[in-house]
Design a protein around this ligand. Structure first.
Ligand SMILES: [Zn+2]
Length: 410
């Protein structure tokens, strides 16, 4: 289908060529006021200011008077394939139970793992599909999804097969990450090498053979996977062409950033607890620093020091960490608002970090993340609003009118 969107108050995120944005570059979000954009089938074919529009008659046109049009969000870190929800733990935490007490009663990641192993592949697919539909409505056009709630050979492969099926059936751009190293299952609590051998000898060969993942992830954290265990798993993943994207420095200054950078990770994610050494390390690397502020919000933790990262010329991305335990929301507009309010990012910085840099953090920058001729027609059309800054300012209000994904209005 061919669609012309015209009289756009502001077309934001327009880039002739896209590059990964570092430091100060994040503050510039190029735009055209009073603009049009033309999509043909599922591709952006042209755009410009209204006085340059020479298409007079157009069958499918959308009048966007007073509205903004921008690229869809690229959510580069989620765990949206999971079975059931964990609101009981949420209430227990409000009432004062600690994470350790909840875990001792079968809560936490192991709770999700038990539920997932009891759920069929079809049922898991159906639950995940609903979540994909829901994030598409709030403007997400590309998403990375991790395994990590199986923690058994069958469970991990089941999750990755669900993600593969989502890739095949959805209009969203999807990337898959193998996170077998999310936690140690109960049976391997005191036998770490036993579980790591399962990852390396039993999971990875099948993942490689069936092409089930694009990336490998490890929860590198005190009490979870140590530096040397992380390194062992990343090295094994490399043999199957899986590049690292890792969980680092969420709960402790664990050395995760350094090990990620050493292994050329695409991104190191979380970063709530980093110091000068981690900033220095990221500054001199091509690894993207992905902040997940909705997780810090939900867990009442300190936010990652994003201003310091930007001052130090680091490439920052933003993602939701959508998961049942620490961020049960894939709502990108809320994430943008939180990033502005709590981490003092400007609206332009937050939007860039959640679009073009998010695209780089899952290597889909040639298809998504900006208004660029030749990229996929993944667009957000807002309700009439006075400016871009109005979006995070008016937090919690649904300001998205239409979303176009792969050329289809949803
Ligand atoms: Zn995560």
């Amino acid at each position: 289908m061919s669609i012309l969107i015209k009289n756009i108050r502001q077309l934001a995120g327009v880039r002739e060529n896209s590059t990964l944005l570092r430091g100060k570059e994040l503050s510039e979000l190029p735009f055209i006021n009073n603009a049009w954009i033309h999509i043909e089938n599922n591709i952006i074919v042209g755009y410009g200011s209204m006085d340059s529009l020479n298409i007079k008659e157009f069958k499918n046109s959308i009048d966007a008077t007073g509205r903004l049009v921008m690229p869809c969000w690229c959510d580069s870190h989620t765990h949206l394939v999971f079975a059931g929800s964990r609101e009981n733990e949420f209430v227990d935490k409000i009432k004062g139970k600690t994470y350790a007490e909840i875990a001792a009663h079968g809560g936490g990641i192991l709770n999700s793992a038990n539920k997932l192993n009891d759920t069929t592949e079809d049922e898991l697919f159906n639950q995940a599909w609903k979540r994909l539909e829901q994030i598409a409505k709030t403007g997400t056009g590309a998403v990375e999804i991790k395994s990590g709630y199986g923690l058994t050979v069958e469970g991990e492969l089941k999750m990755l097969r669900v993600i593969k099926k989502l890739k095949q059936k959805s209009n969203l751009i999807i990337k898959a990450t193998f996170l077998g190293a999310h936690a140690y299952p109960e049976a391997f609590r005191d036998n770490h090498q036993g579980y790591i051998r399962q990852i390396i000898d039993e999971m990875l060969p099948v993942i490689g053979k069936e092409n089930l993942a694009d990336y490998i992830d490890v929860f590198c954290e005190e009490g979870f996977f140590s530096i040397s265990e992380t390194e062992q798993i990343l090295t094994a993943g490399k043999q199957y062409g899986l590049k690292p994207k890792i969980h680092a420095n969420q709960l402790n200054n664990s050395g995760g950033v350094q090990i990620g950078v050493k292994h050329n990770a695409i991104s190191v994610d979380h970063l709530e607890t980093i110091a000068a050494a981690e900033i220095e390390c990221l500054k001199n690397s091509n690894t993207i620093a992905t902040a997940l502020p909705t997780a810090a919000f939900f867990l009442r933790m300190n936010y990652p020091p994003v201003r310091k990262m930007i001052e130090n010329d680091i490439a920052v991305a933003l993602a939701t960490d959508y998961n049942p335990g620490s961020s049960p929301s894939g709502n990108m507009p809320l994430l943008i608002a939180l990033s502005c309010i709590q981490m003092k990012m400007t609206p332009e910085e937050a939007i860039n970090a959640a679009t073009i840099n998010g695209a780089y953090a899952m290597e889909v920058q040639d298809e998504a993340g900006s208004i660029t001729a030749g990229k996929k027609a993944n667009l957000i059309i807002t309700k009439p609003i006075p400016s871009l800054a109005y979006m995070p300012y008016s937090f919690g209000e649904n300001l998205i009118d239409k979303v176009i994904i792969n050329g289809n209005i949803i």
